[in-house]
Design a protein around this ligand. Sequence first.
Ligand SMILES: Nc1cc(-c2ccc3cc[nH]c3c2)n[nH]1
Length: 254
Amino acid sequence: MRIDIITIFPDYFAPLELSLIGKARAAGILDIRLHDLRSWTHDRHNTVDDTPYGGGPGMVMKPEPWGEALDAVAGAPEPGGAAGPGAVPRLVVPTPSGTPFTQERAKRLSEEPWLVFACGRYEGIDSRVAADAARRMPVEEVSIGDYVLAGGESATLVIVETVSRLLPGVLGNAESAVQDSFAAGAMENLLEGPVFTKPARWRDLEVPPVLLSGDHGAVDRWRRHEALRKTARNRPELLRALAEGGMAGLDRTD
Ligand SMILES: Nc1cc(-c2ccc3cc[nH]c3c2)n[nH]1
């Protein structure tokens, strides 16, 4: 997968050099490219913002630099690159007014060959930028939650990490991605229960004996019960959705 990120703060993405994503980049599984939006400004001050039409507080990001950046970055892919010939990227624009980012949406995005992220700042990006881009590529406005960040960079890090860990070969043990909360499967829509590792006793706290029993059926039942308890406590609305689904999920032990 190729990922292009356009931002006025490229250094914000240093964490993408680390850990699993850093290893995936080194292995060629991920081709992540950072672009400084100011590279597409032409004035002495590299201006990327201006006052909002209609008045109001703050500044809005100018359309011209974005238009030129997207033309350059999201134009024809270079031959032999991660995104095949003639590929068209999906433009992802983090914004508080976007549609909710979920695990299901992460799975869908992980199946795309090429994503381009537009990281806004100030009061946002001139709305014509997305409208112009939509003339030649799919555009998704995405919210990672009902709170307001100072820019799109943190949201892009969240989305890139969530999507990247679903790519084959990125996680050492693909199994752990399957057992994630919200991932499809027997624990779908349930929160992960408690996890434990050695030692079996630590500061007088014992690991639940069932986990040491070797009885895999009992362990699975215990884990599902704990997931239900945690979900009921922290996210009861998810349980209602499960119930409305005809309780099918409760009967599955696969
Ligand atoms: N879910 C969510 C996205 C954002 C966001 C995204 C882009 C910009 C640009 C300026 N402020 C921004 C905030 N906040 N919360």
